[in-house]
Design a protein around this ligand. Sequence first.
Ligand SMILES: Cc1cc2nc3c(=O)[nH]c(=O)nc-3n(C[C@H](O)[C@H](O)[C@H](O)COP(=O)(O)OP(=O)(O)OC[C@H]3O[C@@H](n4cnc5c(N)ncnc54)[C@H](O)[C@@H]3O)c2cc1C
Length: 313
Amino acid sequence: MNPWEWFEKNAANFHGELRWNEPLSKHTYYRIGGPAPLMAFPKDISALRWLRGGIETTGVESFILGLGSNLLVSDEGFPGLVIKTSRLDLGIQCIAEEGDSIIIRTGSSVAVSTLLRRAAQEGWSGFECLAGVPGSVGGVVVMNAGTHLGEAQERIHRVGALLMDSDSNREWTRGEMEFEYRRNRFLPGDAIVTWVEWKVRKLEPAFVKKVIDETLERRKSTQPVDYPSCGSVFKNPRESGLRAWQVVDQLGLRGHRIGQAQFAEKHSNFIINLGSARASDVRSLIELAQNRAKAELGVTLEEEVKFLGRFSG
Ligand SMILES: Cc1cc2nc3c(=O)[nH]c(=O)nc-3n(C[C@H](O)[C@H](O)[C@H](O)COP(=O)(O)OP(=O)(O)OC[C@H]3O[C@@H](n4cnc5c(N)ncnc54)[C@H](O)[C@@H]3O)c2cc1C
């Protein structure tokens, strides 16, 4: 039986939107990526459970997509179900105050830019370390996103997720969560992050806004924000003492192009899409830098970007 028939037949019971043969290039910051046979936009937990039922019945592969800002999708696309979390829970709420500490609860769908705007209005200090990160709250937790001002893990208080395999909700408190540089070590592979609580401080709104604005300004002047990208391609290889952009520079790859993909002149740890780059071009640049870094400098460049779909070679 065609595995997608189940989803077609039962679509009336789905709370959200289903799109067939959806180009993933419309859902990645890179503007790159072939189609997925089905993309679902669940609006609540019952919709996630419906999707879970479909996955269990049909055995289709699935992938959780936040806002697609850290993702390179293959030119062939992804042959399974993509669950886009952008409409799951968009709530932002202050739920407790203890002295000058406050707890903010956010749905995992909230865009970082929206959260920062609200933080600047209310004087919630602590989110500034995410200024300029273009992802969703769910993606930020998974990636332990951060900037020179700090990492998400410093503010995350509690996390809630639906575990798709066992159809159970799970919560993690601070002591139960483990993070590393640009990754987490506590979320199981089947977890869909549904909400996050943050412990931050209440300060003057004007002060919070100033720090956010300055950070955004700094990024604009140092990063190629006019071109599609996934942000930093490589993690900083800590053992070498070099930052990833310095490794790319030492290899003479700043500005190097394959097809329409290029190590940006402005920031050499960004690979930008000059217009019609293919995923294979980006991937070739990544592999070129990795192979040469190993051979010529003895440095391992680990990708920060996540890959989805099949890549040859
Ligand atoms: C211009 C630019 C600048 C950037 N700058 C920074 C930076 O300064 N610092 C930084 O850390 N990152 C940066 N990034 C990378 C990116 O924004 C972060 O990694 C972000 O946290 C990804 O969030 P997302 O919602 O887009 O996740 P996606 O790219 O959609 O997904 C990333 C991973 O998270 C998983 N995921 C997403 N949502 C959920 C969920 N709800 N439940 C379970 N799994 C989920 C996906 O399966 C995938 O494995 C930048 C990206 C761009 C394009």
